[in-house]
Design a protein around this ligand. Sequence first.
Ligand code: MG
Length: 256
Amino acid sequence: MKFPLNFFVSLSVICLMLLGVVTQAATEKEPWQQAESTEVWEPVPPKVSVNAAGVPSDAIILFDGTSLDAWESVKDNAVAPWKIKGDVLVTNPQSGDIRTKQNFCDIQLHIEWQSPAEEDMEGPEGQGRGNSGVFFQERYEVQVLDSFGGDTYVNGQAGSIYKQHIPLVNATKGLSEWNVYDIVYSAPEFNAAGRLLEPAYITVLHNGILVQNHAEVKGPTAWIGHPPYEAHGCAPLRLQDHGNPAKFRNIWVRTL
Ligand code: MG
């Protein structure tokens, strides 16, 4: 039997097409296989639990009402001169700031604070109403102040990054109530020559309400002017003695 040439051409084309179909079927992955290619399996996040008091299992306890062992005096590195009353840490006006013995870089901080009674305020308004502050790396302050009552400049009220960022809202509670700060702090980065590579950033939840959203810190906190960054490494967390009574409790950090 004799086949015309075009029969063989057609046969070849059909064979090639069949081969293509078979090859494509062999190489085309099932959807679940395609999805697998974007799955990441490590590093596995460590498990962290929260106890009945709301403290994460990987937290470093800085004050739980029992001792000031984690703290020292800024004036002379001696025993922290503030007082413990009940389970509350109370400022000791004019004794000076206190700071942690441990240095920190990036952290998540939980701290609760309460302003003094009205009769212990310096006045009905201004910066003398239970003024204290949380200084990250001893330099960058999130303000502690009664801002439920007295007026003051808004970049110096509670929840402000002092003289740099106004809080998004005023979430301050009344004088007899406890305020809660949950703060995420990202430390600034410097190169070997001391040049700023990345500024610090601060996110603040005040009583669960966002008041600072990844705010860029412009430099060290100052009462006057805006000084530039100076290179530094990890450093203590510092609480301010502004000469006013103020109370703190339940202080812990998680290093990030
Ligand atoms: Mg202050």
